[in-house]
Each structure stands twice: as C-alpha cells, then as structure tokens.
Design a protein around this ligand. Structure first.
Ligand code: F6P
Length: 372
C-alpha cells in the first residue's frame, strides 16, 4: 500500500474502445491537474481492465498503473491516434465472464476496484468513455464513495445528452478521405461502390461523411429504405447527369431493406446492398472501411474539443462535483448529470437536424423518410 500523500491524487483512464483525440484529453486532464491544482495523477492502463488489475507493480511496461509526470512526452502523444494508456472493452478476468449485464459486472468488479483505490490512495477518477464504460465507472465510484467525472468519446457520436463526442470529427475525416480514394475506382470502372462505415445502431457517421463525400445514397438505421428506390435513384442520375459511377454510404447498423434484419448469409450491409444492386443489373462492389475510421490521427477539432473538455472536467472535480460528464450543449462545454447519459438509449441521429435536411434537399436518397 502506498503511503498516504498530502496532495490530492486522481486516476485517469480511457474507458471503452479507442478513438482519435484521447491522448489530448489525457494531456489536458493530467497537466492541468498537476500544474494548476498541484494534484498527483496516476494513469490506469487498459481502461476498466486496468482499474481492477494488479496494483503490486507500478511504472513498468506490464504494469496496470503508472505515475503520470510532466516529463512524459505529451506533446508527441497528442499527435498520435489511439490512447497511450491503452484501451480494453472486455474485462479479462475469468470470474467476470459469466455476468449477465453491466450492473452484475460492476458488482463483481467492486472488490478489486475498492482495493486498488485504497492501496493507491486515489481520491477521484476522471475517465473518457462511451455510455457503457461511463456507467460502469460511475457505479464503481459511487459504491467506493469517490468522485467520478466522465468525458464523452466515440466515433459513433451516439452518447446521449452531449451534442458531440471526442473522435467523431476525425472519424468523419477518415471516412471522407477513404471515399475520395474509392471514388476514383468507382469512376474508372463505372461502378456503384457501397462503402460501409461504423456507427453501431446510429447513422451520425454515415450521414455526415456521406454528405461531405457527395454520396448518391446514404442508408442509416434510423430510416428504412427499399432496394427499388436505390435503383430508381441511380437510374435517374444515369439519365440526368450521364454518370455511371456512384458512392453509396451504408451505416453498419442499417440492416436489410424495409427495416428488416440482415439475412444471416451476409456479414455486412455493404455486401447485401451490392448483391441486390448486382441483381438489378448495376455493376456494384462492397467496401467495409473498418478500423481505419477509428485508429487514425486526431484532427484539429478533436484535439481542441479534448483539451477543452479535459481541463473543464478537472475544474468540475475541483469544485466537488461527482457523477457528471463534461459534454457539449448548444456548442459550449457544459456539465451534464451522468444519469441523463446512462438512463437513455443511445442518441439516434435527429431526422430534423440540418445534416439530414441538407441531404434531402441535395436529392440524396436517404431512405423512406416519412413526410409530415
Ligand atoms: O463504438 C465504436 C465502434 O467502432 C463501433 O462503431 C463499432 O460497432 C464497434 O466499436 C466495434 O467494436 P470492436 O472494437 O469491439 O470491434
């Protein structure tokens, strides 16, 4: 057990999957906490896996806990993708594998968590995360009676109660860059290329990257579509623009036509759509973008957002708040009670948002939008 320090000591970690911008959040939290408030900072490796890990080894390559100090090369880290602390979604310990839901999981994690907090004299936790990992962290902190502040991150942009999460903007850039490359093959070979982007069961990433890439069709989980109307759209472009190459953006959660689930024979929505288009006589191919959307470098916006949310999360903790996230509302960093993040479903794309309206006005086929 570490000797009780006089200074406040917080732990920082990156919960859930990686995304661009996490290193800037870690830098902002750590440097501001150390330099402005004079706190000590402990970095937890591998997200929630690390927080319940072994605390007997510290500061080694295989240690789950490291001392953060101003000599760490933060100015190099912030330019890199991923998270220098490492990420982990599933808890590795065998005894945790049978739990049924997040609440059970959190209860099973509690003893190891409490031990680490006590042994390392941690007075509070600031963690980036999506709705799931922030729920778990808050559950643990509440029971261990230490403050918790979350910072939303996800390329899906589906965290409830915040308008934008760290990582989304860089992921949109990555999708647009990929589609700019794919465009040339579509054009050279006179093909329709169905590009599948991530987003879980929401269409934020597909809609934003699709509009920015001048896609002809954008399919998202929030709006059902029909193959017949995709074909109709492509045929009308052939006629009016004399163009025989197309970019079709599909969200990974878009499913099959008319809101049905994807047939088991298909591993991706892109494959399903391209097969159906092929059957309708259109030269089509599928391309699933995968992790290149998530693992890339953070763009300027994500770094700026991560820096702002990071320092404000530290201020919130200093002011004595707990169970809050530092998110964005009306374009401004805002403190939001964590319960409004964890209780709701993930945040679907608002069909009245400017990006959806713009797609419609540009004549992009986005599915069978209900007319009011
Ligand atoms: O939540 C981010 C995300 O990249 C989703 O878009 C995707 O569905 C999922 O994570 C993939 O998760 P994993 O890292 O477990 O493959």
């Amino acid at each position: 057990m570490r000797k009780k320090q006089m200074k406040k000591r917080i732990a920082v970690l990156t919960g859930g999957g990686d995304c661009p911008g996490l290193n800037m959040a870690l830098k902002a939290v750590s440097e501001y906490a150390m330099n402005h408030y004079g706190w000590e900072v402990i970095g937890v490796r591998n997200g929630l896996n690390g927080i319940v890990g072994d605390n007997s080894i510290i500061n080694r390559d295989n240690a789950e806990f490291i001392d953060i100090n101003i000599e760490l090369p933060f100015n190099t880290f912030v330019r890199q993708g991923g998270t220098f602390l490492g990420a982990h979604r599933k808890i590795k310990k065998k005894s945790y594998s049978k739990v049924k839901n997040d609440e059970d999981l959190a209860s099973v994690m509690l003893p190891a968590f409490k031990k680490n907090i006590k042994d390392l004299n941690i007075d509070g936790i600031i963690s980036t995360g999506g709705d799931g990992s922030m729920f778990l962290m808050n559950f643990l902190c509440e029971r261990a009676k230490i403050p918790f502040i979350g910072i939303p991150k996800t390329i899906d942009n589906d965290t409830p109660a915040t308008e934008i999460s760290i990582g989304f903007s860089s992921a949109v850039d990555a999708c647009v860059n990929a589609m700019d490359n794919i465009f040339w093959t579509a054009k050279s070979h006179h093909r329709a290329i169905c590009v599948e982007v991530m987003g879980r069961n929401t269409g934020h990433l597909a809609m934003h990257s699709g509009v920015a890439s001048c896609a002809d069709v954008i399919l998202i989980p929030e709006i059902p579509y029909t193959i017949a109307n995709i074909v109709k759209k492509l045929k009308s472009v052939m006629k009016t623009e004399q163009r025989d190459y197309f970019i079709i953006v599909v969200a990974e959660g878009a499913g099959a036509e008319k809101g049905k689930s994807l047939p088991k024979t298909y591993k991706s929505v892109a494959e399903y759509i391209s097969d159906k288009l092929f059957d309708a006589g259109i030269e089509a191919r599928a391309d699933v973008l995968g992790y290149l959307q998530r693992g890339g470098l953070p763009n300027g916006y994500d770094r700026m957002l991560a820096a702002e949310l990071g320092v404000m999360a530290v201020d919130l903790m200093a002011e004595g708040y707990t169970a809050y996230i530092m998110g964005m509302k009306d374009g401004k960093p805002t403190k939001i009670p964590l319960k409004s993040v964890c209780k709701k479903e993930t945040r679907a794309l608002d069909l009245n948002s400017p990006i959806v309206k713009t797609a419609e006005k540009l004549g992009i086929y986005i599915g069978e939008v209900k007319k009011k």
